[in-house]
Every structure is written in C-alpha cells, then in structure tokens.
Design a protein around this ligand. Structure first.
Ligand code: 5GP
Length: 121
C-alpha cells in the first residue's frame, strides 16, 4: 500500500492539526489518543512515513526501529506506567483493525487492562 500523506498522523507530524504531545525526539512523536480507551492512552509514531508495522519492519533502518521502541519504553516510564504495567498494541492492516495508515503504537495504562482490550471498553 502506498503511503497516504493526507492521513491524520501525517498532518499532525506536519503541525497542520494539533495534538496533545507527551514526548518528542528526533525520530518519534507521541501524543494522547483523541478517544482514550484507558486512563493513559498514548500513540507513539515514527516521524518517517511508514504505513504500518508491515512496512516499518521491512523498510525502516535498524536505528529507526530501535528509536521507536526505545521511545515507547521511555514514554511508559515518563508517564509512571513502568511499575504498575502497561500494554502496547500496533493494529496492522485490515484484519488488525488499523484505521490510520501511518504506523502507530498504542500505549495503554492506568488501570487493570484485563486479558485483552475491546474497542470502547
Ligand atoms: P488504529 O485503529 O489505527 O490502531 O488507531 C487509530 C487511533 O487514532 C484511534 O485510537 C483514534 O482514536 C486515534 N485518532 C484518530 N484521529 C485522531 C486525531 O486526530 N488525533 C488523535 N490524537 N488521535 C486520533
């Protein structure tokens, strides 16, 4: 799938629409989800354009992949989730229920999340 530069996260990365930023470095921007499904619900996105985890793991550099996962851990610590625990999730493609076609990692925490998350829970 070709990258759609009009997707909402691309617009956030370009500063065209606002976000509630919680973390930023050279490779990664993270912001609160607009429809949180847990007390903490953050989206971590690479600044480079990748449609999905499938695209990312095939085409991103090792440095970029490392930076995203390092950032996810740092964000969890920054938000106080490291001790109580948290969940990360990357919906991928149609069966994965991915809605926004720019790779993003959900970070959920702040309550007992149960065995799985269901939408709207
Ligand atoms: P997906 O289903 O693609 O894994 O998740 C997309 C997420 O993006 C959803 O949780 C949705 O609430 C969030 N989202 C969609 N549009 C916006 C937006 O404009 N701003 C923010 N902060 N989150 C958004």
């Amino acid at each position: 799938m070709a990258y759609d530069s009009d997707n909402v996260f691309a617009q956030i990365l370009r500063g065209e629409i606002p976000c509630d930023r919680v973390y930023e470095d050279d490779h990664v921007l993270a912001f609160n989800d607009i429809h949180p499904q847990a007390p903490t619900h953050v989206l971590a996105v690479p600044k480079e354009a990748y449609t999905s985890m499938e695209d990312f793991t095939q085409n991103a550099s090792d440095a970029t992949i490392s930076a995203l996962f390092r950032a996810v851990g740092q964000i969890a610590r920054d938000l106080g989730l490291a001790e109580t625990g948290y969940r990360i999730l990357a919906n991928t493609g149609d069966d994965g229920g991915q809605e926004v076609p720019h790779l993003h990692i959900h970070i959920f925490g702040g309550r007992l999340l149960g065995p799985m998350l269901s939408k709207g829970a």
